[in-house]
Design a protein around this ligand. Structure first.
Ligand code: T3D
Length: 264
């Protein structure tokens, strides 16, 4: 076994970049990689200098979901408890990304399959290289979309497309994903790292607390009725109105100068 890190973490200019790093297995997940990723996400949460997370993959793939090499079951052998794997690894990961109080940008550098696709789609703003693709590969091995896929997909692309993608496991190109509203933007392959980095650095200069409140409001909006959402907006706006960044934003507007947000 190699002792190379399966997760790389780099922090600079207010941006934490996490790179999935098992390129020879298309960055598919092992239990050890999940553990390293949990550690990296904890470090990101604790580092007050971090105001945006950028998630990407090393090599030609973004992530091919669960590493299937230890999932083959010999006749007579008991099947692994996939529910336990989901509970321990994938669900906490998706919750972490959704709950992280800062924008999470995903730069999908290549194929995103199985849980890899749905982890990408759990991020707040998804850019994908034009050659990248998204595959709900689960149905091809008798599984169901996990990592929030059955929740996220219908919300992004509607019931009919979600059902087709989940049952057929067809490959969706980055451009198709953009056209369907599944992701923010498809970009030329050789521009992905540059564009995603610039976007993440720009977001890291913005009112981080305010962006986290936007994320909270939008992440629950499709499950709330209008009254509930109006009440939530009132509460979150009250909180936003008490931030230093709101003061700075208004002061800068009135003084006709560029704001300098501190993220609090
Ligand atoms: O088990 C649990 O804990 C429950 C949770 C499950 C969550 C899931 O994600 S289930 C779904 C698992 N993922 C898949 O089913 C996708 C499997 N991979 C593929 O279908 C294809 O590799 C791709 C469509 C993603 C890419 O195809 P292609 O032709 O570009 O690449 P390739 O040649 O298939 O893969 C390159 C190498 O990566 C290859 O190894 P080799 O031949 O060079 O030694 C391949 O075996 C390896 N690889 C790709 N995906 C996985 C993998 N190795 C282990 N696990 C993988 N998921």
């Amino acid at each position: 076994m190699s002792d190379e890190k399966t997760i790389l973490l780099d922090i600079a200019d207010g941006v934490a970049t996490i790179t999935l790093n098992r390129p020879d297995r298309l960055n598919s997940f092992t239990a050890a990689m999940h553990e390293e990723l949990r550690g990296a996400l904890a470090a990101v949460r604790e580092d007050k200098s971090v105001r945006c997370l950028l998630l990407t993959g090393a090599g030609r793939g973004f992530c091919a979901g669960q590493d299937l090499s230890d999932r083959a079951v010999a006749p007579g052998q008991e099947a692994p408890d996939l529910g336990a794997s989901i509970e321990t690894n994938y669900n906490p990961l998706v919750r972490s990304l959704r709950e992280l109080p800062m924008p999470v940008v995903c730069a999908v550098n290549g194929v995103a399959a199985g849980a890899g696709a749905n982890i990408a789609l759990a991020c707040d703003i998804v850019l994908a290289a034009r050659s990248a693709s998204f595959i709900q590969a689960f149905c091809k091995i008798g599984l169901i979309p996990d990592s929030g896929g059955t929740w996220t997909l219908p919300r992004l692309v509607g019931h009919a497309r979600a059902m087709g993608l989940a049952m057929l496991g067809d490959k969706v190109s980055a451009e198709q994903a953009e056209a369907w509203g599944m992701i923010w933007k498809a970009v030329d392959d050789d521009k992905l790292a540059e564009e995603a980095g610039a976007l993440a650095r720009q977001l890291a200069t913005q009112p981080t607390h305010g962006l986290a409140l936007i994320k909270r409001a939008l992440n629950v909006s499709l499950d709330n009725d209008l009254d509930t959402q109006l009440d939530l907006e009132r509460d979150l706006q009250r909180e936003a109105g008490r931030t230093q960044d709101y003061r700075e934003g208004v002061a800068a507007f009135v003084a006709k100068r560029a704001p300098k947000f501190e993220g609090r």
